[in-house]
Design a protein around this ligand. Structure first.
Ligand code: HSE
Length: 410
């Protein structure tokens, strides 16, 4: 028998309990092992009086540590007290499974080292991509090939919001409310909509796939709150969708990482990923691009990844190896040439189109919208981000325009 204790009984915690119950018979038949739930740690025990599992509930972490559980599953979220609880569990030689990307992005290397020291496993498949088994795949199956870049739609809430705004013309507020009602958004949705949730997941993927330290503070992060209705209209007119893309690119001399809204072709791999679905694409040396997609948020997908982590511990009596992490130089712009959708505004006088075109050398620009002469949209191809940024700032310094934004086109 393997005993597991749950820390937290919110949407995900209750999903884990259900999935263990639902699969107990088949796990016993297939693996000759029964998974038993020893305790469930909650903050307010009174709230759970009518739960049929009430006798398992406790509000004391000491009860968890002193129980005979083999695996502690942390689904509380947030850094504190989860960090201290996980450390104590590892020191007590209990395997730990967590869905907590905040914690892994911030303290993953330290906790993995602690797990190694006490010869136990720390699994965190549910921290990135929900049901998509991407972490174990990168760690084990793709280890032979250096990964040149990782690109993903890593946040279910924002993808759901953008899909509802695009497909059903919902307002941002209504789409966010829908996402919260469906249980995708974090309790404080700002970490979803401002891009921090996706950035933490990108930091974890980069650490795993490139063995490089990427701190969340080194990722350029722009969420979906600065998008306006016109960005959406332009996307539709041009056959694009807007997606919150997370990307880390491993250049020879530096690493560039961002989380920001990007225009993607509606029928491209990324364009077809809608609602709470996530996708992770990796560009591997000698192999090329590989895409993994599936439900990235919600009760069942997250519980499913945690259940996989339990079986992984049961089936693999393995020595955990800590990768040697490399510190890396960060570069602030995407290198090389890319295509962009640019929007320029002038709050005072009309935009002088002649001047704008001169600065961009009349080159590879295609004007998409210049309806009211104060708001100019165009696409520009094959130009580096660095150069684009410089030109736009020169136009701003010369008062040709007052405000600007630009989006990468993938
Ligand atoms: N709030 C997260 C999301 C949950 O929407 O993707 C899963 O990590």
């Amino acid at each position: 028998m393997t005993s597991v204790a749950l820390l937290g009984y919110g949407t995900v915690g209750s999903g884990v309990l259900e999935i263990i119950e639902k699969n107990s018979r088949s796990t016993l038949q297939t693996y000759d092992e029964f998974i038993n739930i020893s305790n469930v740690l909650v903050r307010n025990i009174e709230k759970h009086q009518n739960n049929k599992h009430f006798k398992l509930f406790t509000d004391s972490y000491e009860d968890i540590l002193s129980s005979n559980c083999d695996i502690v599953i942390e689904v509380m979220g947030g850094i504190h007290p989860a960090y201290d609880y996980i450390k104590s569990a590892l020191q007590a030689r209990k395997h730990v499974i967590t869905a907590n990307k905040d914690l892994i992005a911030e303290h993953g290397d330290e906790l993995i080292a602690l797990a190694n020291k006490f010869h136990v496993t720390l699994n965190y498949e549910a921290s990135v991509g929900g049901s998509i088994p991407v972490i174990r795949t990168i760690k084990e199956s793709l280890a032979a090939h250096p990964i040149k870049s990782v690109t993903g739609i890593l946040n279910g809430t924002t993808n759901y919001i953008l899909s509802k705004m695009y497909n059903e013309n919902l307002s941002y507020d209504n789409a966010l409310k829908d996402a919260q009602d469906a249980g995708f958004a974090e309790s404080d949705p700002s970490s979803d909509v401002l891009g921090f949730d996706a950035a933490r997941k990108l930091a974890i993927l980069t650490y795993l796939s490139m063995n490089k330290v990427l701190k969340v503070k080194d990722i350029l992060i722009d969420g979906i709150t600065n998008l306006d209705e016109k960005d959406m209209i332009i996307a539709k007119q041009l056959g694009y969708k807007i997606k919150l893309i997370s990307k880390a690119i491993n250049y020879d001399h530096c690493l560039h990482a961002f989380v920001k809204p990007v225009y993607v072709r509606s029928n491209s791999m990324y364009g077809l990923i809608d609602n709470e679905y996530n996708t992770v694409a990796m560009d591997l040396e000698d192999i090329g691009e590989m895409h993994f997609s599936g439900k990235g948020a919600g009760k069942e997908p997250t519980a499913s990844a945690i259940y996989g982590d339990i079986l992984d511990i049961l089936l693999n009596d393995k020595k955990v190896i800590t990768p040697k992490l490399k510190q890396v130089k960060i570069c602030h712009y995407a290198q090389g040439q890319h295509d962009w959708l640019v929007r320029l505004y002038s709050l005072n006088q009309p935009i002088n189109l002649e001047k704008v075109l001169k600065f961009f050398n009349h080159g590879n620009i295609e004007i998409k919208d210049f309806a009211d002469s104060h708001d100019l949209s165009f696409t520009i191809t094959d130009i580096s981000e660095n150069k684009l940024f410089d030109i736009i700032h020169k136009l701003q310094d010369l008062n040709v325009i007052s405000v600007s934004k630009y989006f990468m086109i993938l």
